[in-house]
Design a protein around this ligand. Structure first.
Ligand code: MN
Length: 251
């Protein structure tokens, strides 16, 4: 199987277009398709903060649902947008406000359309993707070896939010354990969730969230080639949003 897995897009449509073009996809009727029928993969967090969240979500729905040319697993931002679309009470913060603002500008029938599409995309998606005979796992915030194949509530929390301790940093952000440092499984794990300046590759795990929405890069990992392909972001660079792993084992 040949799949190009893309990190957190967060509504960065121009970067998504640039990256897929660089990967050899051709945009037909607003949809990126590869002439050699490579698949696209999405680690989740399609929406929030960037300029075109709903368009990105709609394209991914088309690819997964109509064209069958993509795999998608949700991120924490997808989960929150899903709950918003269900009519649950969610805080319109941490970037959801930009997606909701886009949504509020739409006519009623377009609102219904994107709401239905996103609900369908989310409800059909697995908690994490297990591909290529279990040699490849794609999970938004990563996954522990012993969770692969399981889907109880702790697994759901882990794949959406990471290995959180329940404690918070002084800035209010949750403290996350460095699960990748202790991963020793055979499956290759592709994930996002924690923005890093360069893809972080350790113990057969690949963090490909290079902070496109914070002015970093949008990154893809080509599988099985294991080639990293990135394009620069058009968004302003916000250095404090990027995590550093320079002291291995210290975090
Ligand atoms: Mn994210």
């Amino acid at each position: 199987m040949n799949v190009d897995i893309i990190g957190d897009i967060h509504g960065c449509l121009p970067e998504f277009q640039d990256l897929t073009n660089k990967l050899g996809y051709r945009w037909e009727n607003g949809i990126p398709l590869h002439p050699e029928k490579r698949m696209l993969g999405f680690v989740g967090d399609l929406t929030d903060r960037g300029p075109a969240s709903l368009k990105v979500a709609e394209i991914v729905w088309e690819l997964v649902n109509n064209y069958k040319r993509a795999y998608y697993t949700p991120g924490n931002h997808c989960n929150k947008l899903y709950r918003f679309f269900l009519g649950n009470k969610v805080q319109i913060t941490h970037g959801l406000e930009t997606t909701v603002a886009e949504y509020e500008t739409l006519y009623k029938k377009d609102k219904q359309s994107i709401r239905q599409k996103f609900i369908e995309l989310y409800e059909q998606a697995p908690l994490y993707l297990v591909l290529d005979d279990q040699k490849l796992v794609v999970a938004h915030a990563g996954i522990k070896q012993e969770y692969i194949g399981k889907k109880h509530s702790k697994v759901k929390e882990f794949v959406l939010y990471g290995d959180i301790t329940g404690e918070k940093h002084p800035d209010g952000s949750p403290i996350r354990r460095d699960w990748a440092l202790h991963y020793h499984g055979n499956a290759c794990i592709i994930y996002g969730h924690t923005p890093v300046n360069e893809p972080r590759i350790i113990n057969n795990t690949y963090n490909i969230d290079t902070g496109a929405v914070f002015g970093g890069k949008l990154t893809a990992l080509r599988y099985p080639e294991m080639e990293i392909v990135s394009v620069p972001s058009t968004m302003p660079y916000i250095p404090e949003k990027f995590k550093h792993f320079d002291l291995i084992g210290s975090k």
